[in-house]
Design a protein around this ligand. Structure first.
Ligand code: ZN
Ligand code: ZN
Ligand code: FE
Length: 755
């Protein structure tokens, strides 16, 4: 372009989610349209652009850059500098520059876009029925990236050489596959195989059709997806579902289902507007919906009115579901609570006794990512498990130093805070297995390196039995214990962008209080560096300690012993002896820690109401109580839970409520009615304490706030009392959000100590 007096050159650095989303091609097209010259390149600090041309055009370029950015991108910050004019002749896409401090955010895996879906459905397209179709607006990202910057050579697609047709698209700035790193077609890309009895039985489209036929006929098929393997079975076939449960050794915990399209989701469940948005979002998570038809086999989600539903999120899943023609169970391909299988050999070996056949492909999975789980609460999407499509989650929180949060034990996920921002990694899960602990170690190294983060300190839980304590010690960095509920509250402060002091009500199952008791029903006044316990639920002794998680009856014994009402459980002769033993343990203080846990109180009430005496997964009893309460939706009566004073602290006394439950049971009142009134009583107590303390707003977090009924009633009651309800939505309220709080507290505390 000829230089003129009005010529101008600027350099823009754009942070945020701008790599792997067709951003550079978009910039190229825009510059060409406005006849500007210069260049664009990916760097570790984001996308850097220099453009030169008429002053008005440069201005228009800047405006349109923000307005017309690709839908998959998310522009963070833009720095602009004016430079001397250089007289470039064209606009080019330059090779990536790896130097510099990393501030780039990695794009999560994105569900197939409508245009790619049209491609695979079009018999005239060269990608007709091709299961690995993608473009700059969709496809795998986080799960295939091995290093930054995001170029094909740094992904697991490296091994696939593009054919001339693909290469032409990849090089054409006008094509929507311009620089689409996982670009592929049937000629040059990954392909499918169906493995039966350790032998490749069929390939490509016949493999897919045969896998669908197997599923339709009641078999369990292991399917390799984006971030790992699924075990897939016909959700309408009770025998197939039962076989899957038995082989996977998972008796009750609900399975998620995948449905061919939204209309199937509507047939099975109520789908509200917020839920439809979540289902069809680019993340395509599992959304917890309320069942309406009960069409799926009862073994899919035993005794649960809810169903976790997701839509197909890759062309492979879409083609498979279309062939099956109905809902399938799609649960993580693993044994028990182990991590999800990601590579072919490991899956073939580990899942040999579970799956009848394997639908695999040769695109390696760079890192394991499980499906995300969300629900819609009080009109807002709430993330319950951070995984595919949502992880890593980036937050603006800038900490004074770089610190790592090691997480807890059961629902683990790692988090980093740093001066450049914070992030939470994908769900790792239960660290009871050696395999899961290895994933923890790999993620510490992998995600840290990918983001250029070198932690100076590690935040850990106080609990001596958590695997993360030992694992963190092996890192050779200074570790600092952070009280469990302070970490929960701090995680919420970080997500909400608050410094505190704020009042937070933290209710969960178990957390080491640091005072020799087990906390879990707490009101805390806290900042990142300080935390004061201002109120709690009344304590009771828990016979058997953490065994109570699997046996809610123990919580009931603890509560009733405290009230000297153990006789109320007398109706169970088969339990009489065990009850006496538990009661003696409690009275003599043998392995009977004192707890204020709200989760255990839920367990106790569920057991007293006869809803759940033995649990096979964490939270089962509390869920049973919630579901019972939901059967009495309009019940507004509340059981009394008075707030008493204990020195400076307030203590919520549940005894009158439990007494009322016993009386109600004796007089033949229904469990749903009593369960609903129990929920309402807890909500009243939550509000009473907040009012008593003069709070303007209240943060709600901890695993108990995954209870939608509790959360929605608390939100309503707080608003009615003129108190603003706040809760985390992007980072789980359960222990999956713990690491973020640990890291933030450790970073803030370390700096405060220096001053
Ligand atoms: Zn696409
Ligand atoms: Zn090709
Ligand atoms: Fe917790």
């Amino acid at each position: 372009m000829a230089q003129s007096t009005s010529a101008k050159r600027i350099r823009l650095r754009i942070g945020g989610r701008v790599q792997g989303v067709g951003f550079r091609p978009f910039v190229h097209r825009l510059a060409a349209e406005l006849a500007l010259t210069g260049w664009v390149r990916n760097t570790q600090e984001g996308v850097v652009i220099e453009v030169e041309g008429g002053g008005a055009e440069v201005q228009r370029f800047q405006r349109r850059l923000a307005d017309e950015a690709p839908s998959a991108s998310g522009i963070g910050e833009i720095d602009a500098v004016v430079l001397p004019v250089e007289g470039d002749r064209a606009f080019v896409i330059r090779d990536s520059d790896m130097s510099g401090q990393s501030r780039t955010l990695i794009q999560p895996d994105i569900a197939t876009c409508d245009t790619c879906l049209a491609d695979i459905a079009d018999p005239g397209s060269r990608r007709f029925r091709y299961p690995f179709t993608n473009c700059t607006q969709c496809g795998p990202r986080f799960s295939i990236i091995e290093a930054l910057p995001y170029d094909r050579g740094n992904t697991t697609m490296r091994a696939f050489r593009q054919c001339p047709d693909c290469l032409a698209e990849y090089r054409d700035p006008a094509d929507r596959r311009f620089h689409a790193q996982p670009n592929a077609c049937p000629v040059c890309g990954p392909s499918l195989e169906l493995v039966v009895d350790a032998r490749v039985a069929l390939r490509e489209d016949s493999a897919l059709r045969a896998a669908a036929e197997l599923i339709r006929s009641g078999a369990v098929v292991a399917v390799k997806g984006i971030g790992g393997f699924h075990l897939v079975a016909d959700a309408l076939n009770a025998e197939a579902v039962a076989a899957l449960r038995q082989r996977k050794r998972r008796p009750h915990k609900p399975f998620a289902v995948m449905v061919p399209d939204l209309s199937f989701a509507r047939d099975l469940c109520h789908v509200g507007p917020g839920e439809e948005i979540a289902l069809t979002s680019r993340a395509a998570p599992i959304v917890l919906l309320t069942q309406r038809s009960r069409a799926v086999a009862s073994g899919v989600a035993p005794d649960s009115p809810r169903l976790g539903v997701m839509l197909p999120y890759t062309p492979l899943h879409r083609l498979l579901l279309d062939e099956v023609g109905g809902p399938v169970v799609a649960t993580s391909g693993n044994l028990g609570d182990e991590p999800i299988c990601v590579d072919n050999d490991a899956a073939l070996a580990k899942l040999a006794g579970v799956a009848d056949a394997f639908l695999i492909h040769d695109r390696p999975i760079g890192r394991a990512v499980e499906d995300s789980v969300v629900q819609v609460v009080a009109g807002q999407m709430q993330v319950l498990r951070l995984g595919r499509g949502l992880a890593p989650a980036y937050l603006g929180h800038a900490a004074p130093i770089t610190a790592l949060g090691a997480a807890g034990h059961l629902k683990t996920a790692l988090a980093w805070v740093s001066p450049a921002g914070s992030l939470v990694g994908p769900h790792i899960g239960d660290l009871s297995s050696a395999a899961a602990r290895m994933v923890w170690q790999e993620q510490v190294a992998d995600l840290g390196e990918l983001h250029g983060l070198r932690p100076e300190r590690v935040g850990v839980d106080r609990h001596p039995g958590y695997a993360t304590g030992e694992l963190a010690a092996e890192l050779g960095l200074p570790t600092t214990p952070v009280q469990h509920h302070h970490a929960h509250a701090a995680s919420a402060l970080v997500e909400l962008g608050l410094g505190g002091p704020e009042l937070a009500v933290v209710w969960d199952g178990t957390g080491d209080g640091g005072d020799g008791t087990v906390w879990g029903g707490e009101w805390l006044s806290c900042t990142l560096t300080a935390c004061q316990r201002v109120a709690n639920l009344r304590a009771f002794a828990l016979p058997g300690g953490e065994h109570a998680v699997r046996e809610p009856l123990r919580s009931a014994v603890g509560v009733l012993t405290q009230m000297a009402r153990l006789d109320a459980l007398g109706g169970h002769p088969q339990y009489a002896r065990r009850l006496r033993v538990m009661a003696q343990m409690t009275e003599r203080g043998i392995n009977s820690p004192v707890t204020t846990s709200a989760g255990r109180l839920f367990d106790a009430v569920a057991a007293i109401l006869g809803l759940c005496e033995v649990a096979t997964f964490e939270g089962q009893a509390a869920m049973a109580l919630q579901y019972a309460a939901e059967v009495a939706p309009d019940e507004d009566g509340a059981l009394s839970m008075p707030v008493r004073r204990l020195g400076e602290r307030r203590v919520v006394d549940w005894e009158p409520a439990v007494e009322a439950i016993l009386a109600g049971r004796a007089s033949g009142m229904s469990a749903p009615l009593l369960a609903a009134r129990f929920h309402n009583g807890l909500v009243d107590a939550l509000v009473d304490v907040a009012v008593d303390l003069g709070a303007q707003r209240l943060i709600m977090t901890g695993g108990c706030f995954q209870n939608r009924l509790l959360m929605e009633r608390a939100v309503r009651a707080l608003m009615a009392a003129g108190i603003e309800p706040l809760w985390p939505t992007r980072i789980p309220v359960n222990d999956g959000g713990l690491a973020l709080g640990q890291a933030a507290v450790v970073a803030a505390t370390a700096t405060e100590e220096e001053h």
